[in-house]
Design a protein around this ligand. Sequence first.
Ligand code: AMP
Ligand code: MN
Ligand code: MN
Ligand code: MN
Length: 283
Amino acid sequence: MIDLHTHSLFSDGTNSPEELALKADQLGLTAVALTDHDTLDGLPRFLAAQPRVQTHLVPGIEISCRFMGYELHVVGLFVDPENLLFQKRIQEIRRRRSDRNIKMVHRLQTLGIPITLEDVARCAPSELLSRMHFAQALVHLGSVPTPQEAFRRLIGDGCSGHVPFEELTPEETVQWIREAGGVPILAHPGRSVNRNFPWDQAMLDLKKKGFAGFEAYYTDYGPQEHRYFCALAQRTGMVPSGGSDYHGDCKPGVHLGTGKGNLQIPDEILPLLQAQRGLAPSP
Ligand code: AMP
Ligand code: MN
Ligand code: MN
Ligand code: MN
């Protein structure tokens, strides 16, 4: 089994990169990818653990773009963390994230919550501040009882305290990931967009833009959704990738490799993805 979508404490997870590699090895996973949001910082330590484990360690990242009015997440697998151009691109994304964070603090203040950027930073183990850390800060301040409640009432998508950040286009996202030697995969399409979305047409459009595949295996999918996205991969000729979106203790009940218990991503997916490295988008 493999797991191609996980987070470490370099974004909004709670495990170190080494812990992730060792955990994956103990579970007997064939491969695991570290795909932190908007940062490459965990990847050198993750890859340095390779000699200590049998599990194939895949460097990755998760970034966001806007498509047909929706915020879509994109996992870039096999990206080269040493690529200087890519590092600069990611720095630009981080600048946009920081701007967004300042706006979110102001927005929450206008809602009567006495939160500061320092409160959020205290909840984050690295320099990257995400809504996960806002959620924790809001709990510490006593504004909400749990992080889940923070997302439900204040900072979830579309809530009054949420400010989206200046997003990339799908074309930019693909170009940036491809330039760094990576393979762009649409993350959890079934989680990002309502049901009844014209996925066949949209996915073929994204394929034309250079996406190699999408997550047909994902923690939050039910059996029907999983079957739907596997069939969609067949129809579109895209690779059915997948992962647990493991965040450690930040997402209790979501386990590395197995998600909520039933996730099983077959080894055969990995060579299909590796074959997409260095390929130009196919029509
Ligand atoms: P950001 O990238 O800073 O906008 O934060 C997004 C992160 O917040 C996601 O990657 C999730 O880890 C987390 N998140 C977003 N929405 C929810 C939600 N409704 N419940 C729990 N976590 C969420
Ligand atoms: Mn996250
Ligand atoms: Mn995501
Ligand atoms: Mn993720």
